[in-house]
Design a binder for this molecule. Structure first.
Ligand SMILES: *[C@@H]1O[C@H](CO)[C@@H](O)[C@H](O)[C@H]1NC(C)=O
Length: 383
């Protein structure tokens, strides 16, 4: 028994040979400053009372670009690679850059009456983000710039938000000059095994979370633990990177070990239990539809027994789809479904790099070579 304990302690001590990976925490403003830009921090309020933060790098007012992050991410994602990140690249090109933070994520955890410790704060899915958060961001930008349209670049679930907006508030289609969809998430019929397992056990997961009264996924304490665990030793960094690869597709060159701790200082951020369940429903039902509350509540909310499908035919904003061949989350088959549903696709680009995965769109080491030129081309396109 004693020997066992000593061995365990020894393993712990050896494991403590640190990886030197932990860097001081920084935010969008300080990262932008390091790149030579001054960043403005702006709060906007949604119709349903959430107070959300946008980061703004001033440029040509006639050319605003709104950047929207994916699930459990934040605006930081667009500046993490420093000079070689999308926000810095667009700013250098003279665009007026706005990086938004959706409800529940690091910088957007305020509400006029609710605290994040209140369950009701977490009663949302990607639907409310599209329906309330996006109009708040868009209206603010158009107003201060005095223009009628903006361009947008969204990653992953950020695109789901835009499709919801276009389908449920069609008047906003007119306000988007072009949406560049990086690794779009919409249909989730063909998903990686890990996600599949999650969907299969979703009832259990849901019950456990409800039993523990957890409405917030990736609460601050859990995030701290993940960050600590994943960056303690080189071995663990590798394990955690492999988890990313399992979900997003493997690309060791573009997501190097040294960069994993940098990402973990900013990712994941929080989301709601309901959001995860909504995504699981989309996958299980193989339909892009609104949140299913169950029969009785559906009748109250939707005046129908089942949750209505989003009408993607109404998403008339111009959309450019960028997809990686090695992206497990945005699978080729699901993109095919999206291609057949969106009425105004102005470009469909399969990235030429074979290993291009889901996260290379935001964290790839050489995005300047294989991604940004194409994004800039879309933004310059005469539509
Ligand atoms: C970002 O960091 C700077 C410098 O540490 C600080 O002044 C600022 O308040 C921070 N902003 C946010 C939104 O956290």
């Amino acid at each position: 028994m004693k020997i066992k304990i000593i061995l365990l302690l020894l393993v712990q001590v050896l494991a403590r040979k640190r990886s030197n990976y932990i860097k001081a925490a920084s935010n969008f403003t300080s990262l932008g400053y390091k790149c030579g830009f001054s960043v403005e921090e702006i709060d906007v309020q949604t119709e349903d009372g959430y107070i959300l933060k946008m980061f703004h790098i001033e440029g040509d007012k006639r050319r605003p670009v709104l950047l929207l992050h994916g699930i459990v991410d934040s605006a930081d994602t667009f500046i993490l690679r420093g000079q070689n990140s999308l926000a810095a690249t667009l700013a250098r090109e003279g665009y007026d850059v706005w990086a938004a933070n959706t409800r529940g994520s690091t910088y957007s955890r305020r509400h006029v009456t609710l605290e994040p410790s209140d369950k009701r704060f977490w009663e949302f899915t990607f639907h409310e983000v599209g329906y309330y958060d996006l109009p708040a961001f868009i209206n603010h930008i158009l107003k201060v710039n005095g223009v009628k349209k903006l361009s947008a670049v969204a990653h992953s679930q950020g695109n789901t938000n835009f499709y919801v907006l276009g389908a449920t508030r069609p008047e906003y289609n007119e306000k988007v000059r072009v949406l560049t969809s990086l690794g779009p998430v919409c249909f989730l019929t063909y998903v990686p095994t890990v996600f599949e397992l999650m969907i299969q056990s979703r009832i259990v997961i849901n019950e456990v979370l409800l039993a523990f009264d957890e409405e917030e996924i990736f609460s601050p304490s859990l995030r701290k633990f993940i960050r600590y665990w994943c960056t303690e030793t080189v071995m663990r960094v590798r394990i955690c990177r492999d988890i990313f690869f399992e979900l997003a597709g493997k690309d060791e060159q573009e997501f190097e070990e040294e960069f994993v701790p940098v990402v973990l200082n900013h990712y994941p951020t929080a989301t709601s239990r309901r959001n995860i369940m909504h995504l699981a429903q989309i996958s299980e039902k193989t339909r892009f539809s609104q949140y299913d509350f169950g029969r009785a509540q559906n009748l109250k909310v939707y005046n129908a027994v089942s949750a209505p499908e989003y009408d993607l035919g109404k998403v008339t904003m111009p959309v450019a789809l960028f997809v990686g061949k090695n992206d497990k989350l945005t699978s080729a088959k699901d993109v095919r479904l999206l291609l057949n549903s969106l009425p105004n696709i102005v470009e469909y680009r399969q990235m030429s790099r074979d290993q291009f995965n889901h996260i290379d769109h935001v964290w790839g080491r050489n995005m300047d070579a294989y991604l940004f030129p194409h994004v800039l081309k879309v933004l310059k396109k005469v539509l």
